[in-house]
Design a protein around this ligand. Structure first.
Ligand code: GLY
Ligand code: MN
Ligand code: MN
Length: 413
């Protein structure tokens, strides 16, 4: 049994059944579907990436049974789009007790809810579903499923699985850290290729293409929409058009990451298209870089998200006051308008408790920035930090960010 599932099961109420869905394909038009993204909680509990699969956990009378329901082999589908996982393969990957065809899902779960099974697991009183409020509105499948169970078994208490999974997912195990490291390593290779290929007069998406080439070469995909924003575009935090010409003397801000086995890298780097910073760009860049490094040093167990944010803000404001760009700390909001970071993992903005002090095993981004519209400058420098017992490890330490290193690297091309 997967360790993370064992941890979850410990938290579940006795005499309960838990149901987690992998999600469905969503139609784009006619016979086209949007790319499938597996539900991250389902993946976390099964290691399986396939649509229309259910994980069911039955916990009763001090026993636990795990069942996976998936589509059986379909000869027609096999000819057109290939086969999904075999039952044997799914059983091995997910380490479940039993694999059954999806069309038996309702009947089998119902049978565990009726007295026929009570001799083994006893009477079931609780159902668990993964209610993530932000997803729930769109997820008619889950809403219908819950409604059906409620109508058939009105005496059952419905419980939310989401808080347990969000908690567990905050603490990354060795495998997860290795996946993040791999995602960051591929991202680094992509960034270096972009810097090497950068030429005056290019469009933002031309540079983006070099990054995506490296990802595809490694057989992975972007973890989120790549941001390639030059000049004033970089002052739009989630600029995604990437279709402007990069003008001479402009900085280009990249916010990007590879996804490796589901784990997201999230890195921002900013460099001059010409290979050389102007004096003014240098001043702002150096300030953001100093804040990036100081905040990373500050991040450790016991510190809160609020404290880290306040610290970053005070450093940025101090710097801008020194430069004469602002006169009071309150003015910082004109040039810095996001928070310092977020948890990172299967989701790029990962689940986690932002109100509790940081603890070892968590991964958090540090991404200070400055966005100076009136000077055509946007800068963000983002690293991915693993919090440890004694402090932290910067997982993206090896990705070039010093002014002299950037200039040297870009001159060499
Ligand atoms: N890539 C989005 C962010 O840095 O939060
Ligand atoms: Mn980012
Ligand atoms: Mn980020």
């Amino acid at each position: 049994m997967l360790m993370r599932r064992t941890k979850l099961i410990k938290e579940l109420k006795e005499q309960s059944i838990t149901i987690v869905s992998s999600g469905q394909l969503v139609k784009q038009s006619l016979d086209q579907y949007y790319p499938f993204f597996v539900d991250n909680n389902f993946y976390y509990l099964t290691n399986i990436v396939q649509e229309n699969v259910y994980l069911v956990i039955i916990k009763g009378n001090n026993q636990v049974k795990t069942i996976l329901f998936l589509e059986p082999f379909d000869a027609h589908k096999a000819l057109w789009v290939g086969t999904g996982l075999s039952f044997e393969a799914a059983k091995k990957i997910a380490q479940v007790d039993e694999v059954l065809p999806i069309n038996s899902f309702k009947a089998v779960v119902s049978s565990y809810l009726t007295l026929a099974r009570s001799a083994v697991f006893g009477e079931i009183n609780h159902l668990y579903f993964d209610f993530n409020n932000s997803l729930l509105e769109k997820n008619n499948q889950l809403t219908t499923l819950v409604k059906n169970f409620q109508e058939s078994y009105p005496y059952l208490t419905i419980n939310n699985l989401h808080p347990f999974l969000s908690y567990l997912r905050m603490f990354k195990d060795k495998n997860e850290i290795n996946n993040l490291k791999k995602a960051i390593e591929i991202t680094k290779e992509g960034i270096l290729l972009m810097m090497k290929e950068a030429q005056r007069g290019m469009k933002e998406h031309e540079l983006e293409a070099f990054f995506h080439y490296v990802l595809y070469k490694h057989g992975v995909r972007p973890a989120f929409k790549t941001i390639a924003a030059s000049g004033v575009n970089a002052t739009i935090l989630h600029y995604e058009n990437n279709n402007d010409v990069i003008n001479d003397n402009e900085l280009i801000l990249f916010d990007l990451g590879a996804s490796y086995l589901g784990y997201a890298a999230d890195i921002s780097r900013t460099f001059p298209i010409s290979g050389k910073f102007t004096e003014r760009q240098k001043q702002y860049y150096q300030l953001v870089l100093t804040v990036n490094k100081k905040v990373i040093d500050y991040l450790k167990p016991g510190v809160t998200n609020q404290e880290v944010n306040d610290y970053a803000k005070s450093l940025l404001a101090e710097g801008l006051i020194k430069m004469g760009k602002i006169t009071t700390k309150e003015e910082l909001g004109k040039y810095y308008y996001h928070s310092i970071g977020h948890f990172l993992g299967l989701d790029v903005h990962d689940v986690g408790l932002y109100t509790k002090p940081f603890q070892a095993g968590q991964v958090f981004t540090v991404e200070p920035g400055l966005y100076i519209k009136d000077e055509n400058i946007g800068i963000r420098i983002e690293d991915d930090i693993l919090i440890t017992e004694t402090g932290n490890i910067n997982l993206s330490q090896g990705i070039i960010k010093e002014i002299t290193e950037i200039e040297k690297f870009m001159q060499k091309k």
